[in-house]
Design a protein around this ligand. Sequence first.
Ligand SMILES: [Zn+2]
Length: 430
Amino acid sequence: MLRMASLFVFMTMFLSACSEQAGPVVTDSESVEIPVDENIIFITNARVIDGNGNVIERGSVLMEGGLISAVGENVVAPLNARVIDAAGKTVMPGFIEGHRHIIQGNPEEWMANRAAENMQEFLNAGFTTVLSAIDAPQILELRRMISDGEMTGPRILSGAFVPINVLPPGEPTTDPARTDVSRPPNRPTEAAGKIPDQVIIDTVQAAADAGYDFTKTVVTVTPGGPEVDSLTLMVNETHKHGLKAIVHAVGKWDVLEVIKAGPDHLVHTPHIGQLTLAEAKTIADTGIPMVSSLGTLGIFFDENNDPVFRDGQPYSWNTLSSAGQGPVNARLLWNAGITYGFGTDTSFHPTETLKHELNALSLTFSEQDIIEIMTEHTARAVFLEDEIGTLEAGKAADLVILDGNPLENIYDLLNVELVVKGGKVVVNKM
Ligand SMILES: [Zn+2]
């Protein structure tokens, strides 16, 4: 129940005349309305899941000026706070989508006709931060509009694509996942072509000049190919500009090579080839975070209950093993101590995508694990652990109120009732 009622403070002042003074006794009684300051939000009576592994069964979160100022059992709100009674509900950090392709179709048309609605869909689903793992250049304008307050939406992180090799021509395809060159028997048997170092240096420079948050590349390692050297160059150049470098590698053989270049983030869970325990430990020990995207190669179902691929077309059966290999490798990596973030790599509706990814994660992770993944771990994976991902004083006031308890039923994450982003209520169904 949302309580927006004004707070009245009845101030009664008794001004008594001193007995030594002449004159009447004055009694003045008046009521003073303290206006609610919308920059101060107090959520109370809630189950608080703070994202650091703590659960307060009946707690409060106080937010002031866009930041969290207090979390606990005995937080006292200022009299001018907007008070939200969340009895029976759960408060947790705003969701972070660690891998998404946002802009669909013609970018200009999408920006004009679809952007505002789509950004609200992310917020409605509880996502207060979204990492765009490559989109049309208009993503920078979208990011600016949201951060300048011209559009309501999640905070956006945007990346620029930097190719690091030229693969031998293979089968033409509209979706590389269908005939993934990382998947045997499609893996190249000869060295890929080298992209000149200066081209990589210039491409990273251009990404930095344009204001991107990170660079991204896609790697299938080829026999005797230039991949590790070129990726090392890309990572080093990216770091010179103060940006992060992320890399897509989906064959386990590729992941084991790309970690030698020291990227900042692994875009997917390896879903081709099963990791050994030793290989999982080698990857986890680098400290490089990885994002899940386990659901993207699973089976979606259309209205006729026909199995479809993530693009809505008939399911691509040669990729089915990935739907199971990803969750298996994810668990081995988790056991080995990896930082494991949540990401979906789809273009479906955010709520549907969340449900689909929860299905896949639930194969090998508990509710508690998934909450850990979706909070502090994903914040680290998207390089924002100092700002978001947990409910603690000093962090951004990004949170969701859920009906139910996701520690008992993970699908309660779908029951988003209220969302605060940067200290502003952006979704309210309470
Ligand atoms: Zn992707």
